[in-house]
Design a protein around this ligand. Structure first.
Ligand code: UDP
Ligand code: MG
Length: 309
């Protein structure tokens, strides 16, 4: 029998876990699938662990992984994903902001042959101004400069097929931007739209600092933009230097202007700074290559093979 895995990181979610469990329980009654919920206790300091112990005692569908300390959402999710054994794997938040009601539709899309089904937020985050503007800018930059197309308004609420999970679990990279990794695999995907409600209980654990860190992982892991800054600065610097030099030369030869030696030196220095930026960029490209190698992502993923043994 096919099986569904729900993977749910939990950090201080004592109020939310029983509610989420009830909702998922309600859903699974209608399915012809076996199922499991994998909770990851990410170093909670409330009664999360106690509740997980109790639930897992009463219902063998409930499994949990207890991390030694708080490792953060992406790491907790990674831990859960590497133990999920279902044919379809649904990752979601604990706080009921990822409404279980749309899971039905996600599963239908998976049954119709989609390997990745993203839940996409329709409404805008009810966040503070800084978070909102920050994420706008971030997604714009990432969208324009990343090597893969990472869908917008999509978080870590998604369904993936077993074969996508297999590829993700193979990737040894440490700083994980999972929605990027999932998009990177390139399997066929679709969306289910939903309105994201406010958090049920407890507090959002994503501070601006944590968001910035996540954004940095996304940028560095999926875009070469930061590396190319040296190139851009170098070109600007050299151009400025050359223009000023040209003006001085014209002045000197045509209008007989007299320039102190240091004025010539200044433009030479500007041009050389440009070359320095270029050198930094070239070194950056090498570091990019090294990064590529140590990240150890597969070189390709085969979707299908025809007529082989
Ligand atoms: N979470 C976690 N470790 C952390 C922070 C959060 O496992 O250090 C979990 C949290 O319990 C929730 C999910 O990750 O299930 C998303 O966190 P949160 O709701 O704080 O993020 P937001 O919805 O504000 O983006
Ligand atoms: Mg939340």
């Amino acid at each position: 029998m096919n099986k569904l895995s729900f993977v749910v990181p939990a950090y201080n979610e004592e109020e939310n876990i029983p509610q989420l469990y009830k909702k998922i329980l309600g859903l699974t009654q209608n399915y012809k699938y076996d199922w499991e919920i994998i909770f990851i206790n990410d170093g909670s300091v409330d009664n999360t662990l106690k509740i997980l112990n109790k639930l897992s005692n009463n219902d063998k569908h409930i499994k949990f992984i207890d991390l030694s300390r708080n490792f953060g959402h992406q790491s907790a999710l990674t831990a859960g994903l590497s133990y999920a054994s279902g044919n379809a794997i649904i990752s979601m938040d604990c706080d009921l902001q990822d409404p279980p009601e749309i899971i039905d539709e996600m599963i239908k899309k998976w049954e119709n042959g989609f390997d990745i089904v993203y839940a996409r937020r329709k409404n805008y985050r009810k966040d503070n101004f800084l978070k909102k503007v920050g994420s706008q800018i971030f997604y714009r930059l990432l969208g324009n400069f990343s090597e893969v197309n990472i869908p917008r308004n999509v978080g870590d609420f998604r369904l993936i097929d077993k074969k996508v999970l297999r590829e993700i679990n193979k990737m040894p990279e440490k700083s994980r931007y999972i929605r990027g990794i999932v998009a990177w695999t390139g399997y066929n995907h679709t969306f289910v739209d939903y309105y994201r409600p406010d958090r049920k209980d407890g507090e959002s654990n994503y501070s601006i600092a944590k968001l910035a860190q996540l954004g940095m992982s996304g940028m560095l892991g999926f875009s070469v933009l930061p590396l190319r800054i040296g190139l851009v600065l170098g070109i600007i610097s050299i151009l400025v230097g050359l223009v000023v030099l040209l003006i001085q030369i014209v002045d000197f030869f045509v209008f007989d202007a007299y320039y102190h030696l240091y004025k010539w030196l200044v433009v030479v220095i500007i041009i050389f700074i440009g070359f320095l930026f270029m050198l930094i960029w070239i070194i950056g490209e090498y570091i990019g290559k090294i990064y590529d190698e140590v990240r150890g992502r597969p070189i390709y993923i085969i979707k299908n093979k025809v007529n082989f043994e």
